[in-house]
Design a protein around this ligand. Sequence first.
Ligand code: F6R
Length: 610
Amino acid sequence: MCGIVGYIGNKNSVPILIEGLKRLEYRGYDSAGLGIIADNKCTIVKRKGKVSELELSLKEHPISAPLGIAHTRWATHGEPNQINAHPHTNSSGKLFLVHNGIIENYNVLKTELQRNGYEFYSETDTEVLVKLIDSFLQKKLELSEAVRYALNEVKGTYGIAVGYSDEPDKIVVAKKGSPLVLGVGDGENFIASDVNALIAHTSRVVYLEDGEIAVVYKDRFEAKTIEDEQIKKEIHEVTVALEEISKGEFPHFMLKEIMEQPHSVKNSFRGRLLFEEGSSKLGGLQGYEERIARSKRILICACGTSWHAGLVGEYMLEQYTGIPTEVEYASEFRYRNPIITTDDTCIFISQSGETADTLAAMKEAKRRGALVLGVCNVVGSSIARESEAGVYIHAGPEIGVASTKAFTSQLIVLALITILIARRRHLSLIDGQTIIRELDLIPGKIAEILEKNEEIKTIAQDFINAKNFLYLGRGYNFPVALEGALKLKEISYIHAEGYPAAEMKHGPIALIDENMPSVFITPMDSVYDKVISNIEEVKARKGKIIAIASKHDDKIDNLVDYSIRVPETIRMLMPILTAIPLQLLAYHIAVGKGLNVDQPRNLAKSVTVE
Ligand code: F6R
């Protein structure tokens, strides 16, 4: 959501902070700020808007310091303006703090602090936290103790970093529900809410767990729990390369990530296909295969695009394993009384591995005794660490806010899980081998679709003024319709709805006229003829139609205005192919409208608040 970056060492922290913020900007981008300590004095600079605004003002009035913390914000409490931007400070300006997450009891704390004479200048929950820490500093506690005492009074989630000019040799950080990582350097240390902000400087990282505080000096760090137990933290090596988080020659991360898919999808199944056995090998599930295969029910929980991947997973798992499978929005699951038993397997899908709702749903399922599996992209993320077992999708860093390559890689991993379990149940060797062979062919087929980029761009030009869109598909391609509509609405701001094609006549057909374009996902599968009937119904009402159709379909062009052809594969893998033209269509429509596709309005990459 928001991003935190910090530095303590012998260098000037300011350029390091700005560069780190730029790498985190995809997480949130309505305002940015930094606080530094030089010669025992704090300086705070904040700006509304993007990190470039902050950078510009620092170019006009340069500052320098060996300690600094910075923040890029995505507003939750209070409008995005300079006053509400982080860092927030105490009244003397000696103490400053940046915060990701939400302090749920901030109103109660604020009233209490006001009663004790504290005044507030912003609308944020974060200012309450900095003043709460200040109230403990007034009791002559050291900074790390004041932070610890304050956090013991806080309800909610936080990843924080705190600087104090009376203790200028340290940054104090803490985490609960919002990610926080330390980067260990040589005579210098870094902090960030995402390893992407650190990898230009160090590959050695320490992941803080919920309820932990670290005091970071330039040459060491000390960790404890908020209950004051000293703890020893392990240093991990991360392997992300800098090119993976750069745009390279592409105008946008989104296009780069769409174009990467032959490669990212291959990485998702690399070393995991067992051609002879007609099965898959998933190290992260080793030892759990039998328990999953014996589950009475599989429950998939996720949000947004990951939820759409889960819907495709439901079709796969039910078709091949015969285990009843349900898919739930994590945000709904966590607030009802879900019936979960120890015979259930729950799969939590999350690109970022940090989505607050998915994480909370996972904890609830775990508490109720289900086997809890994670399917994540970000290595070492909270959901990955919280799960009992799981599978990384290995799509590589996804920076564009609209999820693209993570979706196709999630589908690959769901197919691998399906085949692993199905082969332990009743899937035949021959059928298993067919799926594995088809999986192996997917990257080449994706590359073939990506060659149609210019063709799709031309089609997109005809729709940049559309106000609404319908996306329709059946069976395995119904979730793709939902995903296509989500891609379009989130980056182009065109209202779009995904529907099961046959449901159209139960209501949405009333919307059809010459101004309501429809996208039909209609590969030549068992429901092809039925979808063709739905196409005829739209045509009869003068609706414009774009079809995502099979390469060998020689009938479709007589029925639709535009067709984008995709190669064929088995039904369960078809969504991996049909999703790609829809990603490109949304991308080109949004770019045609002159919009910033990598940072769409009101959105953030990783939703670490409810
Ligand atoms: C849409 C999109 C979001 C995410 C959702 C879940 O393009 O990116 O809908 O899919 O916020 O995020 P993760 O997968 O990180 O849990």
